[in-house]
Write a protein that binds this ligand. Structure first.
Ligand SMILES: [Zn+2]
Length: 451
């Protein structure tokens, strides 16, 4: 139940805030930002309001860092009467005010940010000092203060608009971040070098119809798709998880068409569209505070794909099985990427990601740790791309060779990897399925690091 704040509580919170501002100004002798949210109505704190507030903090942090403004002190207060944050800064007053006005005016959600900039003597910087007009009303765009004074709009109207801006602003920001990091993961995957048989910065491995630029085109084309997946995840967050999955599938088919159009008909990322799309949708379904937990995200992927193998492969017979994946399932029970997703990407959580992190903490570069993670993934999940270009027998032999190599050399050196690359290329082998899983590892790693 959301707490309804009384007028008394509001006044007390305001008084406490003013007192704390005075204390901080006296202690640091430097200007400060006092950040609260402009929320109409008696409910000042909810999960959604908090998400909006946290987004404001992230934007502010980024701008302060970009402007190289030293933060002398930061504190955050979470209270029923509203979220508050104080930044004491070593910078001229108006330079700070410029940044906060940018954030307040820069987006629809920014209208809900209240970022007061206060000088050492307690004086509040005014927008007019920067030549800016008064803040606009949420509803009619006129001067907000006048509408508030004459109660031009009902509280219900203001609440509805506040809620809309929060929902839209938080969803848009999260979806954009999901898409940015998913594309980054794809670019890092193709950039990881040397990879056996795969396209990388040195060669195109076993592929004649694509090179690294084909992957750049494809990755860029998929940006809107990843954003859509995260949005759908958010919109369907209250529905059962398989509903989210059902909803992203048409977007996935569209993304395949976008990929083919961008690459001149070459399949670069079909597997990644499937698995990274699901992960982006899982990010949308979960509050952002869960993004740093790969276990939680992968569990959500599993919930979304629940029943997928049975659904896609259940009715197969020798007569109607046509794709490599369908035939492998029918003849050998190999569930491929569907099985991985439905089980919550065990190859990622048990092999790829731990190897990546272990390599990094041992001081390897992301590239070198990524190469080892790729090999670990090849041994942990049955790569149907490898089988498609050879045979199940060859795939098994390859995996057992890689396993042997990793036992003696968990992080193979460049020379070993290049030899492997030549051998794979001679045999036309390409572990594309494992490459898709490497992109999943990168995305999870970026999320852990960034959040
Ligand atoms: Zn108005």
């Amino acid at each position: 139940m959301e707490h309804q704040v009384t007028l008394q509580e509001m006044l007390e919170a305001r008084e406490r805030r003013a007192f704390r501002q005075q204390e901080l100004l006296a202690a640091h002798r430097a200007p400060l930002i006092s950040f609260t949210m402009n929320i109409a109505g008696p409910v000042k704190d909810s999960p959604l309001i908090r998400e909006g507030f946290e987004l404001g903090l992230r934007l502010l942090r980024k701008r302060l860092a970009a402007a190289k403004i030293p933060v002398l002190h930061f504190e955050e207060i979470r209270a029923a009467a509203g979220n508050e944050a104080f930044y004491v800064l070593d910078a001229p007053l108006l330079r700070i005010k410029e940044i906060t006005c940018d954030l307040e005016d820069g987006s629809s959600l920014g209208r809900l940010f209240d970022m007061d900039v206060i000088a050492v003597d307690g004086r509040k910087a005014d927008r007019s000092e920067l030549g800016l007009g008064p803040r606009p009303c949420l509803i009619c765009g006129g001067p907000a203060r006048e509408c508030a004074r004459s109660r031009t709009h009902t509280v219900a109207e203001l609440q509805t608009e506040t809620d809309r801006r929060l929902r839209e602003g938080v969803c848009a920001a999260d979806a954009k971040d999901a898409a940015r990091l998913a594309c980054q993961a794809l670019l890092y995957e193709v950039g990881t070098t040397p990879k056996p048989g795969l396209v990388d910065r040195e060669n195109s491995g076993s592929h004649r119809d694509m090179d690294i630029f084909t992957f750049f085109s494809s990755s860029s084309a998929l940006w809107p798709y990843f954003e859509t997946c995260a949005r759908i995840g958010r919109e369907t967050a209250d529905d059962p998880a398989p509903e989210t999955f059902r909803r992203i599938r048409p977007a996935g088919r569209q993304a395949e068409a976008d990929m083919l159009a961008a690459t001149g008909g070459v399949n670069t990322h079909k597997g990644a569209i499937f698995s990274l799309g699901i992960l982006c949708a899982a990010m949308g379904r979960l509050p952002r505070s869960f993004w740093r937990s790969s276990d939680r995200l992968l569990k959500e992927c599993a919930a979304m794909a629940h029943g997928l193998v049975e659904q896609d492969f259940g009715g197969l017979t020798e007569e109607n099985a046509c794709t490599v994946g369908q035939k492998l399932y029918l003849r050998h029970g190999i569930t491929g990427i569907r099985g991985q997703v439905e089980a919550g990407f065990p190859a990622v959580s048990q092999a790829g990601l731990p190897t990546l992190k272990k390599g990094l903490s041992a001081g390897l570069s992301l590239n070198d740790a990524g190469c080892a993670a790729l090999l670990a993934l090849m041994t942990a999940a049955t790569d149907t791309n490898l089988i498609a270009r050879s045979s199940l027998e060859t795939q098994k032999q390859t995996v057992s060779r890689i396993r042997g190599l990793l036992e003696s050399q968990p992080f193979p050196d460049g020379e070993t990897l290049r030899r492997l690359d030549r051998e794979f290329t001679e045999d036309h082998l390409s572990p594309g399925g494992s490459a898709d899983l490497l992109a999943i590892c990168y995305l999870l790693y970026f999320l852990e690091r960034e959040e």
